[in-house]
Design a protein around this ligand. Structure first.
Ligand code: PLP
Length: 356
């Protein structure tokens, strides 16, 4: 018998969320971001669900290879560009577009492992201070690439530091438009938060990630309120029940103590499955269709829930840790993290199920 712990991914929810992006982004084309195994949802499955996207964007070259092997014919954008000369050769063979964000990548291109012209996305650092050129070196890199004969298209991108804050993109967008002014190429700036919140930033291509998976990029607006559908369900079953007396403790360190007689359910899911160990007391959990709460410390393979609201709960009952009833963002918030981290952290041992 396999453990009852599973992750179910809904293709139709992914497709719905892509349509939602289209509604919001108007005429802009869509790079569906599928890095980190499609935010933990499965790369090939996401590829099928995002068949209507204009391109797929990721950071892993083995992932790009898998996409081509699985039959993806449309553009693929490598968001961190090439890590070495071999990658540039691979980009040529697989027809991948490469971000160019630093002078080493320019030098590699000029040194020329790849012989044919490559599709490039020159990246501007608009204040995130992670990847990208500042304004003077951006123009210089552009000229070097243009003159090299190694560049086919050169398009332009930046990535925001504060896109989820009101007005958080204004100065960065202005600087990006300034540094690319008069240059012939397409422009891409928007992650999910900017797709939703900053119509002026949509430009030629948007790059949504987390919203495609049905989680929110904001800390104060739910995915449901944004018209998104959760694509991932983390589920399991009750594998034990304990009757407690007043004063009994639960789990390692007795983090929770019963103040009155009560029943608790033991659920086969722990931090080694990807459930956050730091989930706070009272994090919501669905048991047999009823909302209840986490009690005690999350262990490697198990966690415990209060069965008080579910009088007839029994071993074998279905549990949803997150999904369409318990938003992943609720669990994330209770664990001092974001939905992104939880969906990417589902462990290898968790059984994967496809649902329509
Ligand atoms: C991950 C990523 C995105 C998508 O961001 P979300 O917040 O998940 O929408 C877009 N652009 C770049 C460069 C990224 O690395």
């Amino acid at each position: 018998m396999p453990r009852p712990t599973f992750v179910a991914v809904s293709e139709s929810a992914l497709t719905h969320n892509l349509q939602r992006v289209r509604q919001l982004a108007g005429a802009a084309r869509v790079w569906a971001v599928v890095k980190a195994d499609a935010y933990g949802h499965g790369l090939e499955l996401a590829m099928r669900a995002f068949a209507a996207a204009d391109g797929l964007a990721l950071v892993e070259f083995d992932g790009a290879m898998r996409l081509r092997e699985a039959g993806w014919k449309k553009p693929i954008l490598m968001l961190e560009g090439a890590f070495d000369a071999q990658d540039q050769l691979l980009a040529q063979q697989l027809d991948l577009s490469l971000v160019v964000h630093c002078s080493l990548q320019v030098e590699l291109l000029l040194a020329g492992a790849a012989t044919g012209p490559l599709s490039l996305y020159l990246k501007y650092n608009s204040g995130l201070n992670r990847l990208g050129f500042d304004a003077p070196s951006f123009r210089q890199a552009y000229q070097q690439l243009r003159n090299s004969g190694r560049a086919g298209r050169i398009d332009f991108m930046t990535h925001y530091a504060n896109s989820e804050l009101p007005g958080g993109t204004v100065s960065a967008l202005k600087a990006f438009l300034q540094v690319t002014e008069g240059l012939n190429g397409e422009r891409s700036t928007c992650n999910s938060a900017a797709v939703i919140g900053v119509a002026a930033a949509h430009q030629d291509w948007v790059r949504p990630g987390v919203m495609l998976y049905g989680a929110t990029p904001y800390h104060d607006r739910s995915a449901a309120s944004l018209g998104l559908r959760p694509a991932m369900q983390l589920g399991s079953k009750l594998i034990g029940i304990q009757e407690l007396y007043a004063g009994d403790g639960v789990g390692y360190g007795w983090l929770f103590k019963a103040t009155a007689p009560m029943r608790i359910g033991v659920i086969a899911c722990g931090y080694a499955d990807g459930y956050p160990r730091h989930a706070a007391a009272n994090t919501p959990i669905l048991v047999a269709g009823q909302r209840t709460r986490l009690v005690g410390r999350v262990a490697m393979d198990m966690l415990m829930a209060d069965l008080t609201p579910i009088a007839d709960a029994k071993i074998g009952d279905e549990v949803e840790l997150w999904g369409s009833n318990i938003a992943i963002d609720e669990v994330a918030q209770a664990s001092a993290t974001i939905g992104y981290e939880l969906m990417c952290a589902i462990a290898l041992r968790v059984r994967r199920i496809r649902v329509p």
